[in-house]
Design a protein. Structure first.
Length: 352
């Protein structure tokens, strides 16, 4: 098992992670345990967790519906209500057993209940193992705005047991890979090359991603500078995600981010930060590894507006995180709407 030290808490990853959790529970006396899951992790992961950690047989289980819709004030209120009804006090522990939705929602709810109780993450999706459970960001969506309400609040520990991935649906596995590739493209060329040439087992991808993300988080825990590089692919990815939201082509976040990384790499080429060869390597690989969302010429104006640009004010500028070579990223780079338009046209041309 590998232990990585983060901002005041350990991240333990590997086959022995649940044993380590059991030992942690023995060492840390809590007055009561609560386990937050969604309906899928309740069925697929909770029995494994409880059989590895007998102390959790007495835990109260809080179940939320699966999916982004659970990251809401209503579900937070349900959690607070259950905690109160079951006399959770300052010495209680909340265990977040699930994907990024459960860790964001549970982390947020615990961080403000009675001004903060301890919580730990036991991530079960690739995205949560490789990304969301690390870095101390918690949050819920509000009035349609993603992660609008939240806190910076660290778990007491993170236990990553890759065995949970056995039951994760393939589409969600791919979704997590997108964020792994983003970390490789922004932080480590060798890791990128390893991903595209050798492939890698999930555990090794998770470990490398966590180590790289953790390094950035330790330098900028409150997201005021360098941590912005982790937004690479997200500005245009979010625009695409919103564009297809609520339609039959609705995208998972990672699927939109892969498309966003191709488009934003094209902007890097326009700004002479990245070579055409590197762009071609990135887009060829992503096209072979993912089913990318298509884009038609007729949708470009709507996407431009979603990316925060008014088509009438072509001189308006936006700031983005852009790679300046594979494995390195600059943040706060000014980008014009003309450059964004060209990147969308390039992306749309891939489907002609
Ligand atoms: N806090 C952060 O730093 C951070 C970083 C990245 C993403 N996020 C957040 O993470 C969320 C997305 O996370 P996600 O992709 O894990 O989504 P998710 O939590 O909705 O999980 C995806 C799906 O997989 C199911 N699932 C999870 N683990 C499973 C398992 N082992 N077996 C069977 N089914 C399983 C879930 O029930 C769900 O249906 C978003 O809300 C995003 O904002 C947060």
């Amino acid at each position: 098992m590998t232990t990585i030290q983060s901002d005041g808490y350990p991240i333990m990853a590997g086959d022995g992670a649940l044993k380590a959790l059991s030992a942690f529970l023995k060492e840390h006396p809590y007055s009561s345990y609560f386990i937050l899951c969604d309906e899928n992790t309740l069925q697929a992961c909770l029995p494994i967790l409880i059989s590895a950690c007998p102390a959790l047989r007495q835990a109260d289980i809080i179940e939320v519906e699966s999916g982004e819709s659970a990251k809401s004030l209503d579900f937070s209120a349900n959690i607070w209500e259950t905690l109160l009804e079951n006399q959770a006090d300052k010495q209680s522990l909340l265990i977040n057993l699930g994907g990024g939705v459960v860790s964001d929602l549970g982390g947020f709810s615990a961080s403000v209940y009675k001004r903060g109780i301890d919580f730990i993450h036991v991530p079960t999706s690739l995205l949560a193992m490789a990304d969301a459970s690390v870095g101390g960001k918690t949050g819920i969506d509000f009035l349609g705005i993603k992660n609008c309400i939240g806190t910076f609040s660290s778990p007491r520990a993170v236990f990553i047991y890759p065995g949970f991935l056995m039951s994760l649906p393939e589409r969600h596995f791919q979704n997590g890979l997108a964020e792994v590739y983003k970390i490789a493209l922004t932080c480590d060329k060798k890791f990128w090359e390893q991903c595209i040439h050798e492939g890698s087992d999930a555990e090794s991808l998770i470990l490398q991603s966590v180590k790289l993300k953790n390094k950035i988080v330790l330098r900028d825990p409150f997201d005021q500078g360098i941590r912005n590089v982790l937004n690479f692919g997200h500005t245009l990815g979010h625009a695409l995600e919103s564009f297809y939201g609520g339609t039959e082509k609705e995208l998972l976040h990672g699927e939109a981010v892969v498309a966003g990384m191709i488009m934003e790499s094209h902007i890097s080429v326009q700004k002479k930060m990245l070579s055409r060869k590197e762009l071609s390597e990135i887009s060829t690989y992503f096209r072979s590894a993912f089913t990318l969302p298509s884009l038609e010429e007729a949708s470009l104006e709507a996407l431009l507006r979603l990316a925060g640009n008014d088509k009438k004010t072509s001189r308006s500028r936006l700031r983005m995180s852009l790679i300046d070579r594979i494995g390195s990223c600059k943040h706060q780079v000014e980008v014009s709407s003309t450059q964004i338009r060209k990147s969308l046209e390039y992306y749309a041309s891939l489907f002609q």
